[in-house]
Design a protein around this ligand. Structure first.
Ligand SMILES: [Zn+2]
Length: 346
């Protein structure tokens, strides 16, 4: 279905949601608002289907490590949500900072092609910001939320993520770094329960750290995946104890890259560029495969599609535009991955 641009369907829908919110209170409006548009609707955000998005990135999570016994929490997200274990990273690089910058900007990496330009993976402060890296303005889920008067927080286990706080200072209302993943999750859960922010980003590093020390997919690595899963399980348990919060929260879980053996930096290897992408909660279908839900996207098999492939794979860089879509907000200006917000998760 094509709708004339002059009708501004997304704006109209948002006005309707707003009116409903004024009439009956925002919590009820989210669950009783206008019915979602069909999957073929014009681009732009659907009405808000959730009040809170928690994006979780498990650093270096190879989907081959996911199993009901080892990762009960991820298995719950997968079985009771909409997801795929065959999503893709950024095509250019399979390392941490470039891929996480992709997640929060929904851009590719290569600056000359409109990407965010963060093509390094350390704590350097020159360039100091993503905007300097790109050579121009770069928005993010944080800046868009800030422009909409909404709040966001980042909980990360690596110092290099500080560039997000420098780049979108007003959009990142809280930035917390703890190496200890358990302590980090404790702080994140407390913040999620108390602050009820629209967007929280949580980064768990344990599998990547174990992978570099003992090999990706090694026994030590698999134990670290299990430990990361346990942290996700703590968040799910915290939501289970708060039924209203849980009813209004959606989790989007992915990874920056996978890995096997010594590392993960070769972007041409399947084990490095294949990642999970799981959506669970208020805004997500239960037990759905994302490629079956989305005929506009194509399961890449074992391939590594370019950004110009007519049907794109689900990519980890779709986190920002999807999160905004779930919250009923337009995509990040200048973004590319799910810019039309047509990745449907329900
Ligand atoms: Zn690594």
């Amino acid at each position: 279905m094509t709708v004339a641009p002059s009708l501004r369907p997304s704006l109209l829908r948002r006005v309707l949601v707003g009116v409903a919110a004024l009439a009956v209170g925002s919590a009820a409006a989210v669950t009783t608002g206008p019915a979602p548009s069909p999957a073929s609707a014009a681009p732009g955000p659907d009405p808000a289907v959730t009040q809170h998005v928690v994006a979780i990135s498990i650093d270096g999570l190879n989907p081959s490590a996911i199993s009901p016994e080892r990762t009960p929490a991820l298995t719950r997200l997968r079985r009771n949500g909409a997801g795929t274990l065959n999503a893709r990273t950024e095509r250019e690089m399979t390392v941490t900072l470039p891929n996480h910058t992709g997640m929060v900007t929904s851009r590719r990496i290569e600056a000359a092609e409109g990407g965010h330009g963060v093509d390094w993976n350390d704590e350097r402060q020159d360039p100091a910001t993503v905007q300097e890296a790109a050579g121009g303005p770069v928005g993010s889920v944080f800046s868009v939320l800030n422009n909409n008067g909404r709040s966001a927080a980042v909980f990360t286990s690596k110092e290099k993520f500080r560039i997000f706080d420098r780049s979108w200072d007003r959009g990142v209302d809280r930035f917390t770094r703890r190496t200890d993943n358990r302590e980090l999750m404790t702080l994140a859960i407390r913040d999620i329960a108390r602050q009820r922010r629209p967007f929280t980003f949580i980064h768990l590093s344990a599998p990547d750290v174990a992978g570099h020390a003992d090999g990706f997919m090694s026994r030590a690595y698999l134990r670290a995946v299990q430990a990361a899963d346990a942290q996700v399980g703590r968040l799910l348990a915290a939501l289970d104890r708060r039924s209203r919060l849980r009813a209004n929260t959606t989790i989007v879980l992915t990874a920056d890259h996978g890995g096997r053996g010594e590392g993960h930096s070769d972007p041409t290897k399947l084990d490095n560029y294949r990642v999970p992408f799981l959506v669970w909660g208020a805004g997500a279908a239960r037990g759905a495969d994302l490629y079956r839900l989305n005929p506009d996207f194509a399961n890449p098999g074992t391939g590594r599609p370019t950004y110009s492939a007519p049907r794109q794979p689900v990519r980890n860089g779709m986190v920002a535009d999807l999160a905004l879509d779930l919250l009923g907000i337009d995509a990040v200006k200048g973004s590319e991955l799910d810019r039309r917000q047509n990745l449907e998760v329900r």
